[in-house]
Design a binder for this molecule. Structure first.
Ligand code: APR
Length: 259
């Protein structure tokens, strides 16, 4: 079926129908679902990459000044991540979970708002890790980001592991850093076995995450994309809804409202 270009309200009705008929929905989110919780996304005009340079994984490992810059960025963004609360978009996905329809929650997001909204961490697959912890690149020990931020603010500009002296890094996946294999595999398996793939709030430009909607589609699932702007995957979708997630998703997933 070609991409349906209809008024959003008709599209929302169609999406509701598909959601009601589905039993194994995979949710897939990007930073766009968290902007209404006060968390910046990456590629909107005032996004993270408009204000910060990217520190690549190899740079983090090789250069102390790059580690200091990476930690500076983390400390700067920490308050909005720490204080963010789930918004109506997150809660719409919880409705799917409570209706026993959500088989997996794949996210590129790092602030754990899906877990905080009530989706069990067992079915949340964090492709790009989490900013809520820091981990040692040598021994793997993890500490809460709260502690790591306090240490940086206390003068340890690029903190080291207190267990083994290794480099401490925010537990997010940086560009050039291998993604957690187990998580990527589980996400691929979920995409291959779902009947509806709901991609929400992602520009769908970063691989391999952006290939998951296509994997689901090729495996026979219906693909719905909800995003403010066009994405390179829109042409593969069965339904594309351009608009604010907070307006669209609750109506789409609202199992309670009639019709
Ligand atoms: N409603 C709908 N769409 C929104 C909203 C909103 N309230 N807020 C933002 N968006 C859209 C933006 O228009 C944009 O297309 O969400 C999308 C977010 O895209 P990105 O900022 O590129 O974020 P994301 O897709 O998650 O980036 C993927 O890139 O830098 C890496 O690791 C980082 O996980 C991230 C990855």
């Amino acid at each position: 079926m070609g991409v349906l270009r209809q008024p959003v309200s008709l599209q929302v009705q169609l999406a509701r129908k598909w959601i009601k008929a589905a039993s194994r929905i995979v949710g897939f989110t990007g930073a766009g679902i968290s902007t209404e919780s006060g968390v910046s996304d990456f590629r909107s005009p005032n996004g993270v990459w408009a204000r910060n340079r990217t520190v690549y994984f190899q740079e983090f490992i090789n250069n102390e000044e790059d580690r200091i810059e990476a930690w500076r960025q983390k400390v700067e963004s920490w308050p909005e991540m720490r204080d963010a609360k789930p918004n109506s978009g997150h809660m719409a996905l919880v409705e799917l979970y409570l209706a026993d329809k959500l088989s997996a929650m794949i996210t590129q997001n790092i602030e754990r708002l899906h877990q905080r909204s009530g989706i069990p961490s067992e079915i949340v697959f964090e492709l790009h890790g989490t900013t809520t912890e820091a981990m040692c690149l040598t021994c793997g020990d993890r500490i809460d980001m709260k502690e790591a931020v306090a240490r940086v603010e206390g003068g340890e500009k690029a903190p080291l592991c207190r267990k083994c002296g290794g480099l401490l890094k925010p537990a997010t996946v940086s560009f050039g850093q291998p993604m957690p294999e187990r998580v990527v595999l589980a996400a691929q398996q979920a995409a291959e076995s779902c009947d509806l793939f709901l991609a929400v709030g992602s520009s769908l430009v970063v691989q391999p995450a952006a290939s998951l909607p296509v994997i689901a589609k090729n495996a026979g699932a219906k693909l719905i994309i909800v995003n403010r702007e066009e994405t390179p995957v829109d042409s593969a979708a069965d339904l594309v809804l351009h608009g604010e997630i907070g307006d669209i998703l609750p109506v789409m997933a609202g199992m309670t409202s009639a019709g």
